[in-house]
Design a protein around this ligand. Structure first.
Ligand code: COA
Length: 145
């Protein structure tokens, strides 16, 4: 198992097939048959606290060149304890070490995650309106080393 980051009692690592049940307990968007390819590409991370899995992050590459955090989800019982920040920063560090200088994400404009991203230094980078869906906010941050 590759540990990406170890901070105090938390660790962030790439997800494996053994995480599948936990993964889909939090991720209600990813098609089940897409998980294997995500794992193969190393685009899923799991955050654990005292050995218990409590958070996930998966990403894509916009235009095959900009890391785009597609989902960050912390178990509701573990929110507002800094774990979302630890997971996001671990991903940014991985992306920076791979040579990327921008991290991108998006979130629904009618949800509160936008405040989380702004608190972590993300700047508003525009919106997307798709048919009847709520407006999606895009946010980005420089991750230069
Ligand atoms: C958004 C989310 C990942 C944040 O994770 P978290 O572990 O609760 O966040 P942290 O404890 O690291 O928060 C860091 C800072 O962000 C800000 N913040 C986090 N959640 C916030 C909220 N709901 N409202 C306002 N500010 C918030 C605060 O400034 C916080 O610092 P503080 O607690 O000292 O005030 C979590 O709430 C979650 O999983 N939500 C559901 C899924 C989701 O919306 N994901 C994002 C879009 S894909």
């Amino acid at each position: 198992m590759v540990i990406t980051e170890n901070i105090g009692n938390t660790s962030v690592r790439k997800a494996t097939v053994a995480d599948k049940k936990f993964w889909f307990s939090l991720d209600k968007h990813l098609p089940r048959d897409a998980f294997a390819n995500k794992l193969r590409d190393g685009r899923c991370y799991v955050l654990s606290v005292d050995g218990i899995s409590v958070g996930i992050l998966r990403y894509d590459m916009l235009w095959d060149e900009i890391p785009f955090c597609a989902l960050l989800y912390i178990d509701a019982n573990y929110r507002r304890r800094g774990y979302g920040a630890i997971l996001l920063r671990a991903w940014e560090k991985d992306m920076a070490e791979s040579g990327h200088d921008i991290a991108l994400t998006s979130t629904r404009s009618d949800e509160t995650a936008q405040h989380f991203y702004r608190a972590l230094g993300y700047a508003d980078s525009g919106t997307l309106d798709l048919h009847d869906r709520p407006t999606e906010l895009f946010l980005s941050r420089s991750i230069d080393r």
